[in-house]
Design a protein around this ligand. Sequence first.
Ligand code: DX5
Ligand code: ZN
Length: 217
Amino acid sequence: MIKVAPSILAADLANLGNDIQLVEYAGADYIHIDVMDGLFVPNISFGVPILRAARRITSLPLDVHMMIIEPIRFVDKFCKEGADILTIHVEADTEENIIAALKRTRENGVRPAVSLKPGTPAEAVLPFLPYCDMVLVMTVEPGFGGQKFMADQMPKVKAIRAWIDELNPTCELEVDGGINAENAHLCIENGANVLVAGTSIGRSGNIPSFIHTLKES
Ligand code: DX5
Ligand code: ZN
């Protein structure tokens, strides 16, 4: 089954609770929360207060995408404040520290995940795959919503799907960045099962029907 994770980066933050409930009733599976530190990516977005607010307003799993350096510093905090899936970037620290952060996430009862930037080769996921419940392949450079989908990331999605099926078959495979009704089928055909969508959901006139369309792509 294909899951859709609306990104609150595209929400109206003055009406965040309303927007989250809107996508929840429209059939969203996860709420995707982008955490940016201004160092790992050239932008600053949300931190713990927004996670806490989202936790109060929805029972959907919160899919927290950490675009921060040395993420182990914040694992306990984000787990305790309500993350259900905590995704860290493989580029954000040493291999040893990333594995430690994934283990720490699991010890907190939260699902660990790793993400790869567009320039990072598929093979970079291999040391982490045994510790992960999800892998996130970025289909734009992380940092901003509203960018163009990078179809050249599809071979990476396909390669990682093959490794997941072989080595960790319950692991999910998520794509994030520029996903819309035109390219969702490419992601699914190459093996993704979770689609993040921000701008395209915001622009769709009818959110329930748009989420349905993404899932049926
Ligand atoms: C980008 C973020 C994405 C972003 C996706 O760094 O990780 O989650 O919100 O937004 P769209 O769907 O607009 O590309
Ligand atoms: Zn994201």
